[in-house]
Write a protein that binds this ligand. Structure first.
Ligand SMILES: [Zn+2]
Length: 224
């Protein structure tokens, strides 16, 4: 495959599978108007993470990295985890590359797993409301919609969509990016879902850099 087309595929894949968000008329949350967001990360909660939150967010970042391994399908570096109040957890990574399905973001795959393994959105409404989703990157509109419809009460995330876009720009400076300034998380916050992020930015950024570099074959930190 020629290098240019490889870059193009990677670029499209990353932009389509990341936390990039779209600002559409009527879809931006009142609390986070499009014109105010720019490229700065939107901070929803600046309280330091508890040890429990930190542990599970770190795990979501680890999961993201695991999904990029060849034996996992060389997927894009996004991971998610849900933790219920009783300590039960489910984990998933992005499987877009493996399945060629752009809806297989980590959060979507995670929720499919939750509902395919015994959870019922109506019967278990109370449990879902008290559950937390940890995502290595800010969930996109598709995943935010799924989180809303699933009745999940809380989201903690790593790198923000704006920060993701800054990373893409480093590698693909000529591209118009899809970080269109609005926040899916703003929409969730506006309906009362507890949104907490961005957090562990250094760790969650690092896997993005590693993955892009290794895919582009330049300055690959995993190369000996
Ligand atoms: Zn998504």
């Amino acid at each position: 495959m020629r290098n240019t087309s490889r870059r193009e595929i990677l670029k499209q894949g990353l932009l389509l599978t990341g936390g990039a968000t779209l600002c559409q008329e009527g879809f931006s949350a009142p609390a986070t108007p499009c014109e105010d967001q720019g490229t700065s990360p939107k901070v929803f909660n600046i309280e330091p993470l508890s040890d429990v939150d930190k542990k599970y967010l770190k795990r979501a970042i680890e999961i993201a990295e695991m999904g990029t391994q060849p034996e996992s399908g060389s997927n894009y570096p996004y991971g998610a985890l849900i933790r219920f109040e009783n300590g039960d957890t489910f984990e998933a990574w992005n499987t877009v590359a493996k399945h060629g399905d752009p809806t297989r973001h980590a959060e979507m795959t995670l929720l499919t797993k939750v509902f395919n393994q015994g959870m019922d959105w109506q019967r278990d409404r109370g449990r879902l409301k008290k559950a937390t989703i940890y995502a290595s990157a800010e969930p996109c509109f598709m995943c935010a919609g799924a989180i809303f419809w699933s009745g999940i009460g809380r989201v903690v995330y790593g790198i923000s969509a704006a920060q993701l876009d800054e990373i893409y720009k480093e590698y693909f400076p000529d591209t118009e990016h899809s970080q269109i300034p609005a926040s899916a998380m703003g929409s969730l916050a506006a309906v009362g879902i507890d949104i907490n992020g961005p957090h562990l930015i250094e760790q969650s950024s690092e896997i993005m850099h590693h993955n892009i570099r290794s895919q582009l074959g330049k300055d690959n930190p995993f190369k000996k």
